[in-house]
Structure formats: C-alpha cells, structure tokens
Design a protein around this ligand. Structure first.
Ligand code: PHE
Length: 464
C-alpha cells in the first residue's frame, strides 16, 4: 500500500523526539519526590539498574516493531500477521488516552505556575490546594496546553513533532544545567546532594523496588506503543540500539539533573525532601521566594517554563499514539484526527480536573469505591486513573510486547531488524543481552509488577 507516511529527517530528530516523549513530568515532578519518599540514593540506584537491564531492551523491541512494520501500535501487529496480538496496541491506545487525560491537567498546573511566578506570586505554594481546586482556571490552562499539543501534532512528523523537539529539548537541557549549577552554589546545598547521592542500602525494600521499576517504565514511555509509533517514522538505515541507548541516557540524565537541582534548593532552606507530590508545587515556590524577589522571579519562571517544555514533548507523543492509529487504520486526514482526538481526551480529562477539590465525590473517589488505603491523603479520581493506566496497563503492555517480540515475532526477526544500520549487531554481546532480557527477564519482572499492582491497588492485598 502506498502511503505517504511522515518520517523523521535525521537520527537526531528521532532521538530528540523520543527523548522528548520520555523526558516529562515523570522526570522532573515525579522522580524527585519518589526519591524523597523512597529514601534517597538507594532508590536512585534501583532506578538506574531497571532502566538499563530491563527498560532499554524493551525500548529497542518497541522501536524495532514500529520500524519493521511502518505502522501504528495496533496496525503493527496486523502487518506482522498476528492480528490477535493487536489487543496490545488497543490497550496501549487506551493507556495513552487515559494518561494524557490527567497528565494534561498537571501540565496545566505547571503552565499556570509560569504565570504566577512571572507575577512574583510566591504565595502560590501555600495556596496550592485552592489553586488546583479552581477548575475553571485550571481547565483553561489545560485547554491551552491541549491546544498547543494538538497544534504541534497536527503539523505531522517533521514540521510538527520533530521541529518542536529540536527547539524544546535543547532549551530544556540548557535551563536545567543553569538552574542546577545555581542551586549548588547555595548554602546548605551539600546536605541535599548527600541525601540524593549517598545510598543507604538498608532503605531498599520491596516497596522501593516496586516503585523504582514503575517509575523507570513510565519515565521511558514504555508499554503503550509510543515508541512503536515513533519507531514507525524512523528510516531503515538508522542504528536502533544506539538510538535507544541515547534516549535512555538522556532520560536518566535529565531525571538525575532534576534531582541535582531540586535537593540543593530544598535542603538549602532547611526543608524536608519528603513533600510528596507537592514537592515541586508547594515547597519550591517558598524556596524561590527566599532567594529574594528579583532572583526568585527569574529562577521560578525559568523552572516552571522548563517543566512546561518537558511536559509538552510528552503530551505530543501521548497524542500521537491514538492519532497514528486513526490516520493509518481509518484513513482519517491527520488534522481532523488530531483535533477530534484532542477534544475527546480533554473531555475525558474533566473528571480528573474536578477531582482535586472541586467535586467532593471525585476528590474522594477511591475512598467512595472502597479502595482507599490507610493514611492515604490522595484519593482522587485522577490518582485512580493513574493506577489503571500507569500502574496496570503499562507493565502489562510491556510484558506482552516483550513476549511478543521474543517468542511470537521471534528473536531472529528482531535481530534482523536491529541489524539494519548496525552491521555488528548479530553475534554481539548486546544482542545476547537484549534477547535474554526481553525473553525472560522483562516478562518475569513485569508480570510480577502487574500482579502486585492488581492485588495491592484493587484487592487491598499488600504483599510488599
Ligand atoms: N515518559 C513521560 C514522562 O516521564 C510520560 C509518558 C508515559 C509519555 C508514556 C508517553 C508515554 O513524563
């Protein structure tokens, strides 16, 4: 079939776009607070181990499936003559829709903070509860954010996704390097670095391992076909293994930088790093305010701008997954597919938007359906959607993709695809490692994670 599918213009374009998908709120918002809750450096070590042993191989498999088939997350399985496995793609699309529906709400918070910081409103940290409750305002920010995401995706691969990544990713990296260098000059910064980088292995327990793996998976955008989709726009002469290594390194590097920036800020003001989800939105504005009004405005505005940029390249990839499906499989013109899908996702995000104080039913949703855990402070509908999409669908999808690549599509075919653009692949150590990981390690570990999640979240049976 002659399709005029878009393609990335270069390897750099692909790497930046895929790294843009990976680098997001997960790295800058979630990673530091997971480190804070998970006992610091011990969590970081577990996270690194998972990224390289498990996530990197799964990533190469996803990209290879996409490039081999030149198709979206659902179509890819059909092209490989395994239409029954297309359910993995449908689950991926469902995960993408759900994740984007609430991710966009949080991205809206970050975008709104750029405006608050610009106006020098450092009090916003203490008013965070009221801020996220104000559904009209947050809804408007979310609408703008979704609009910009859709605008980028509507311009297609090269003129939209690739171009945006080429502007946003370098800006993001520059801002982060500058801010972390500045943070380290503050008094007391070293206490933060120590907490972050000197591991206390006695802090590793089942719970830490579990959240480190979940975080690694979410952060690398795995398990929902985002990289199948992006891989489908990659040219055959590119080295996938090398590209995946770069993407993993960039994602890990940026999460790492986020910690290097955040913990010195937090410790320099004598604050606790265990602020949970509020670490960035509640604690940081106070830190910025203590830097003095002028510097505070600059640092605060830059920080939330970089958070917004990071979120944007991720929302773009989340939207591209369902859009590619509609465009490929149902032959809907891209622009129409984009605006319809974005509107739909925005609408299914409304309950999440209302679940941070505006509607008491939605705010206490998890409690109302009887699944609240003791001592849990966040029982919102938004968190519940995260349980389903991030915590359940992604590991399940990742497990299925690994099993599919290794045992159904078969390792020989995977190796053949990975050898294109990489003559030395066959017979290399990397090949043995990737094959071992996706054949045994990833299916095993991911199925454990899946079972543990379902038991603990939906049946209140905590084995960890
Ligand atoms: N990886 C993104 C982040 O860290 C989130 C994401 C997950 C994006 C899955 C696409 C697919 O924020």
């Amino acid at each position: 079939m002659a399709t005029s599918r878009g393609h990335f213009s270069s390897r750099l374009g692909f790497i930046l776009a895929a790294a843009g998908s990976a680098v997001g709120l997960g790295n800058i918002w979630k990673f530091p607070f997971e480190v804070g809750d998970g006992g610091g450096a011990a969590f970081v070590v577990m996270y690194l181990v998972f990224c390289f042993l498990l996530c990197f191989p799964v990533m190469t498999a996803e990209i290879a499936i996409g490039r081999r088939t030149q198709r979206n997350a659902v179509g890819a399985f059909k092209v490989l003559n395994k239409p029954r496995w297309a359910f993995i793609g449908f689950m991926g699309i469902a995960a993408g829709l759900l994740i984007l529906s609430f991710y966009n709400v949080v991205a809206g918070w970050a975008f709104g903070y750029v405006i608050e910081m610009l106006m020098g409103n450092f009090e916003i940290g203490t008013q965070f509860g009221d801020y996220i409750k104000d559904w009209l305002k947050i809804g408007l920010y979310g609408l703008v954010f979704m609009g910009v995401t859709a605008f980028i995706v509507s311009h297609g691969i090269q003129a939209g996704i690739e171009r945006a990544a080429k502007i946003l990713m370098p800006s993001l990296i520059m801002l982060m390097v500058a801010l972390s260098a500045y943070a380290m000059t503050l008094d007391g910064a070293m206490a933060g670095i120590e907490f972050y980088l000197v591991p206390d292995f006695s802090k590793i327990n089942g719970q830490v391992v579990y959240s480190a793996l979940g975080q690694a998976f979410f952060s690398l955008s795995l398990g929902m076909g985002a990289l199948i989709t992006y891989g489908s726009y990659l040219n055959k002469d590119q080295n996938i293994v090398q590209a995946a290594a770069f993407i993993t390194l960039m994602d890990v590097g940026i999460a790492f930088l986020a910690g290097l920036m955040l913990f010195p800020f937090v410790f320099s003001q004598g604050l606790e790093p265990t602020g949970g989800a509020g670490l960035i939105f509640v604690t940081l504005p106070g830190v910025f305010s203590d830097l003095g009004p002028n510097i505070g405005v600059i640092v605060g505005t830059l920080f939330f701008t970089l958070l917004t940029f990071a979120a944007l390249t991720s929302t773009v990839s989340l939207l591209e997954v369902p859009v590619a499906y509609v465009v490929d499989e149902h032959k809907v013109p891209r622009k129409r597919a984009v605006w319809l899908t974005a509107t739909f996702i925005f609408l299914i995000g409304v309950p999440s938007l209302l679940s941070n104080g505006a509607s008491s039913i939605l705010t206490n949703f998890i409690d109302i359906i009887g699944l609240a855990r003791e001592g849990a402070t966040d029982n919102s509908f938004m968190t519940f959607v995260g349980w389903i999409a991030n915590d359940t669908f992604l590991p399940f999808g990742g497990m299925m993709i690994s099993i599919f690549a290794a045992h159904i599509w078969k390792k020989e075919n995977l190796s053949a695809e990975l050898s294109l653009g990489n003559e030395n692949y066959a017979g290399s150590f990397v090949e043995t490692f990737i094959n071992f990981s996706i054949s045994y390690l990833a299916p095993f570990v991911l199925s454990m994670i899946f079972v543990l999640t379902v038991l603990s979240k939906f049946f209140a049976i905590d084995l960890l």
